[in-house]
Design a protein around this ligand. Structure first.
Ligand code: ATP
Ligand code: MG
Length: 427
C-alpha cells in the first residue's frame, strides 16, 4: 500500500463539520469591528525576518524559539509571520497610512509559531486583530476593550472570561525598573530556573510571568513596576479604569501581567478564561507607542489587540453552542424515471436564480427513489422536491416536508417559486 501523506504536526485541517462555527465567528467579528468604524487590512504571510526581530524583540519566546525562519532562493532570511502587529505597522509605514492621521484597522489570518502542540496551542493558528494609530488618549484603549467585551456578549461567553489589565509605564521608566528588577533577581539567583537566570540579565520583565512556583515565590518581594510609573502614565491608567467602570466592564488589575512581546508600553490587557487550562488567554493586547518609530516611521501612538480564534472556538464547542449552527441544505431534489434528470437540473438552477438565499442540493447520479430519499434525509434538507415520470408529463412537482411538519403536496411547476417563498419566508 502507498503510504498516506499527513499534515504537519500542529497544523490542522478545519473540516466541513467545523467550518460553520468559524464562519459565524468571523462574520460576527467583522460586524462588530465595522460597527466601530474599523477597516480591513490584509498583509502577506511571509516577511523579512528582520521585521519580527526588531519589532517583537530578540529576547522573547517568539523570536528565540518559535519562528519559522528559512532562507529563500535569493539567500534572504524570511519568516512565516508569528503575529500581525509588526506586519501591520510595516505596511502602514510603507504606504503612508499612519503619519499625522487616525487609523482603525483589523486583520484576520493564519500565524505560525513552532511551539509544542497541545489543546489551544498550535503551530498554525488564526488571529483576529485590531490596531489603531494616531490616538494617544486612554479613551481608545477603553474602546478596543469594550469592542472585545461586546463580542463575548454576542457569543454568549461573557460569563466565562475575565479581563486583566496592567500598565507598563513609559519606556524610559520601564528601563529604570528593569535595572532594579535585574539587581533583585541576581540576589536570588540560586532559586531561579535556567530560563529565568538567562532572562534576569537580558529581559528581566519576562521573569515576572514565569510559570515556575519557586520563581513566583521569590517574586513576591520583588520591586513593583507600579512604583516606577511616571505621572502621565499613572493618569493614563486611572482614566482607562474610569472609562471601564463607567461602561460597566469588570476588570482585575494584575501587576504580574507584562506580556511576552517587547513593544508594549502603558496599557496592557488580557482576556482570560479558566476553561482552557494554561491556554487560557483568548485575547491580548496593549499600547505600543514606540513601535512605529522603531520600524522607521514617524513617532505615532498606537494600541491594539489580537485574539486566538481556535481558543474561542474551543470555548464555544465546550458550551455546545457550535452544534446549534447548521450548514444543512434547504432543498434536495429527487428525480425518478427517464428524462426527469434534465427537468430536475433546470428546476434546481431556477430556484438558485429566484431564491438565492436557499441552499439547493441537486441529486446527481440517478438511482432508485428509495436511495434518493435516503440521501435527501441525510443531507438534512427541510424539503425534498420530487419529479417522477408522471410529474414530468403533468408539469408538476411534489413537495415532501422531510421534517414531517406539513402534508406532502403536488403543485404546478409554475407555482414553485411562489410556494417556496411562502414556505421559507412567510411565517
Ligand atoms: P501564550 O501565553 O498563550 O503563549 P502569547 O502571549 O504568546 O500567548 P500573543 O502573542 O499575545 O500570545 O497572541 C495573542 C493571542 O493569540 C493569544 O492570546 C492566544 O489566544 C493566541 N495564540 C498565541 N499563540 C498561539 C498558538 N500557538 N496557538 C493558538 N493560539 C495562539
Ligand atoms: Mg506564546
Amino acid at each position: 500500500m502507498i503510504k498516506k501523506i499527513q499534515a504537519i504536526r500542529g497544523m490542522n485541517d478545519t473540516l466541513p463539520s467545523q467550518t460553520a462555527i468559524w464562519q459565524k465567528l468571523e462574520s460576527l467579528l467583522r460586524q462588530v469591528v465595522s460597527s466601530y468604524g474599523y477597516s480591513e487590512i490584509r498583509m502577506p504571510i511571509v516577511e523579512r525576518t528582520e521585521l519580527f526581530k526588531r519589532a517583537i524583540g530578540e529576547v522573547t519566546d517568539v523570536v528565540e524559539k518559535e519562528m519559522y525562519t528559512f532562507i529563500d532562493r535569493n539567500g534572504e532570511s524570511l519568516t512565516l509571520r508569528p503575529e500581525g502587529t509588526a506586519s501591520c505597522v510595516r505596511a502602514g509605514n510603507e504606504h503612508g497610512l499612519l503619519y499625522n492621521q487616525e487609523r482603525r484597522m483589523w486583520y484576520c489570518g493564519a500565524m505560525f509559531r513552532h511551539e509544542r502542540p497541545q489543546k489551544g496551542r498550535y503551530r498554525q493558528f488564526h488571529q483576529f486583530g485590531i490596531e489603531t494609530f494616531g490616538i494617544a488618549t486612554p479613551d481608545i484603549d477603553a474602546e478596543i476593550i469594550l469592542l472585545s467585551a461586546r463580542l463575548w456578549k454576542l457569543l454568549g461567553i461573557e460569563e466565562r472570561v475575565e479581563l486583566h489589565i496592567n500598565s507598563l509605564g513609559s519606556n524610559a521608566t520601564r528601563e529604570v525598573y528593569k535595572d532594579a528588577l535585574s539587581k533583585f533577581l541576581m540576589q536570588h539567583e540560586s532559586v531561579l530556573d535556567d530560563d529565568s537566570k538567562r532572562r534576569m540579565l537580558t529581559n528581566p520583565l519576562r521573569v515576572l510571568d514565569s510559570k515556575n512556583p519557586a520563581v513566583q515565590a521569590v517574586l513576591v518581594n520583588a520591586p513593583k513596576l507600579s512604583a516606577y510609573y511616571d505621572q502621565p502614565s499613572i493618569e493614563h491608567f486611572e482614566q482607562l479604569q474610569t472609562y471601564l467602570q463607567a461602561s460597566g466592564v469588570k476588570f482585575i488589575v494584575n501587576e504580574g501581567l507584562v506580556r511576552g512581546l517587547d513593544y508594549y508600553n502603558r496599557t496592557v490587557f488580557e482576556w482570560v478564561t479558566t476553561s482552557l487550562g494554561s491556554q487560557g488567554t483568548i485575547c491580548a493586547g496593549g499600547r505600543y507607542d514606540g513601535l512605529v518609530e522603531q520600524l522607521g516611521g514617524k513617532a505615532t501612538p498606537a494600541v491594539g489587540f489580537a485574539m486566538g480564534l481556535e481558543r474561542i472556538v474551543l470555548i464555544l464547542d465546550a458550551l455546545t453552542l457550535s452544534s446549534d449552527i447548521k450548514s444543512d441544505v434547504d432543498i434536495y431534489t429527487v428525480l425518478v424515471g427517464d428524462k426527469t434528470e434534465l427537468a430536475g437540473f433546470k428546476m434546481a438552477e431556477l430556484i438558485r436564480s429566484e431564491l438565492p438565499q436557499l441552499k439547493v442540493m441537486h441529486h446527481c447520479g440517478a438511482g432508485n427513489f428509495k436511495k434518493q430519499m435516503k440521501r435527501a434525509d441525510k443531507s438534512g434538507a427541510r424539503l425534498a422536491l420530487i419529479i417522477a415520470g408522471s410529474e414530468l408529463e403533468d408539469g408538476t412537482v411534489t413537495i415532501k416536508d422531510l421534517e414531517g411538519k406539513t402534508q406532502q403536496k403536488t403543485i404546478m411547476m409554475e407555482e414553485l417559486i411562489t410556494v417556496l417563498t411562502q414556505i421559507f419566508y412567510k411565517k
